[in-house]
Design a binder for this molecule. Sequence first.
Ligand SMILES: C[S@@+](CC[C@H](N)C(=O)[O-])C[C@H]1O[C@@H](n2cnc3c(N)ncnc32)[C@H](O)[C@@H]1O
Length: 260
Amino acid sequence: MEKQEDNNARLAIMELANMISVPMSLNAVVRLNVADAIWQKGSNTPLLPSEILSSILPSGTGDPENLQRILRMLTSYGVFNEHISLVEPAQRRYSLTEIGKTLVTDKNGLSYGPYVLQHHQEELMKAWSVVHEAVVDSSTEPFVKANDGETAYGIYGKKPEMNELMQKAMSGVSVPFMKGVLENYDGFNGVERLVDVGGSAGDCLRMIIEKYDNIKDGVNFDLPEVVAKAPKIDGEIHVKFIQKHKYSSIYVQATCDAYM
Ligand SMILES: C[S@@+](CC[C@H](N)C(=O)[O-])C[C@H]1O[C@@H](n2cnc3c(N)ncnc32)[C@H](O)[C@@H]1O
């Protein structure tokens, strides 16, 4: 009995040691846009790796065997369903599970894909390799240490592509979340001015003021470079966008009020 427990423990530690293969495989399928290739406007028909490949690489290039290895790995973590044909030659086809469907791009261009990509950007990945240093010396956080003294939002401010991905990641997560909140929560009744602190692209604010006519004034309070990229909100509502003017560690409204 003890021997069996030892074996299980050894297997478990090896699995943990290789755990990086799971999120990195997930990152790979998002980069390859596998979910949209399988979804095919809602059919979710089980496909061979070679069929998925010809959809994501119409040039006919690529390695279906390597794609299959990634799909099998993620099948064991509930992202795909594997369908094995009983007739020879045995073939494996893949469809999306409920988890896999979160990676499908919806009619608004949103999915959880950007959230996956955002968490695996090089700058963030570098921080993980120095996490132990946070224990040895906590004066500088691992992200800052790994990125030559830059904070995450400092880098987002300098790199528009990172800023854009961050906003897309937040929208992909927050829009379905806020939909659920608004179906079950009525605490915005009677509110006239609503401030979303760290509102990113302003999705949550927009969804709330679309539902509640009583809100006459919405404020998206975020960093200048984030607010500059936030889409304008239609309607009669005044949306005051926060611009520049640094006060302490937060940004306060200074110069630019955009009235719709
Ligand atoms: C995790 S995101 C949340 C986004 C949004 N609330 C949502 O649910 O989609 C945090 C937000 O805080 C903003 N933020 C970070 N530091 C800030 C600061 N000093 N002043 C204002 N906003 C800041 C970021 O730009 C980002 O949009």
